[in-house]
Design a protein around this ligand. Structure first.
Ligand SMILES: [Zn+2]
Ligand SMILES: [Zn+2]
Ligand SMILES: [Zn+2]
Ligand SMILES: [Zn+2]
Length: 211
């Protein structure tokens, strides 16, 4: 034996013996916090320490759990997030339908509460982080994102519409409903009649305003 003091083994021994007698494993005093292994005082201290560490990480833009580099738009790194996500999924698997429903309701009301508070305090309704623009619910960043997204969706819809029209034209189908088109027309009999009626109405309308 080297005779060197093994600190780790020693604290493990202390820990085990305290645990066995039912004392706080941290300070060795009476444990008033059963079934937890540390007394109320120590638990409180630890909680406070953890909160401070978490605040430090958050203020420095690091993962709130491990203090490593975090993902964008998240408080966590991918690994920690994944671990949490897995645990959550496992918990959900065990839940009954009613428990799931009540969980969903709770999350919804929490969300509503947060959004309401944000609105009241002039904070962005979407990210709940940045200041909202004057007279709007969104911050500049979110507004830009929303506008970009809606433009993209409009464009997507237009492409689908154009493609559909082209397909129908090529295959002699009514451009309005996709039924077979009337000979020499872009629309079916029904839609031909509808537009014919509409044109008559427009003409009559013009005549009236002229006369
Ligand atoms: Zn203690
Ligand atoms: Zn992490
Ligand atoms: Zn925002
Ligand atoms: Zn048609």
């Amino acid at each position: 034996m080297s005779g060197e003091f093994d600190k780790k083994a020693y604290s493990k021994k202390v820990y085990d013996s305290r645990k066995e007698i039912g004392l706080c494993t941290r300070c060795g005093k009476e444990n008033d916090n059963f079934p937890l292994l540390t007394c109320k005082n120590c638990s409180e201290k630890r909680k406070h320490q953890r909160q401070q560490v978490k605040n430090y990480y958050e203020n420095h833009g690091l993962c709130n759990i491990c203090g490593k580099e975090k993902m964008e738009n998240s408080k966590f790194c991918f690994r920690c997030w994944e671990t949490m996500y897995d645990a959550k999924q496992k918990r959900r698997e065990k839940m009954t339908a009613e428990e799931k429903e009540s969980e969903r309701v709770k999350a919804n009301s929490r969300n509503r509460e947060r959004k309401k508070k944000a609105l009241e305090n002039g904070i962005c309704y979407y990210c709940l982080k940045r200041k909202a623009l004057e007279g709007r619910r969104e911050c500049l960043d979110c507004l830009a994102k929303i506008q970009k997204e809606s433009a993209r969706r409009m464009q997507e819809k237009k492409v689908i519409r154009d493609n559909k029209r082209e397909y129908r034209l090529k295959n002699n189908l009514c451009t309005r409903c996709g039924e077979s088109a009337k000979e020499g027309y872009k629309v079916c009999e029904r839609h031909y009649l509808i537009s014919f009626e509409n044109q008559k109405k427009v003409k009559r309308g013009k005549e009236k305003t002229n006369g």
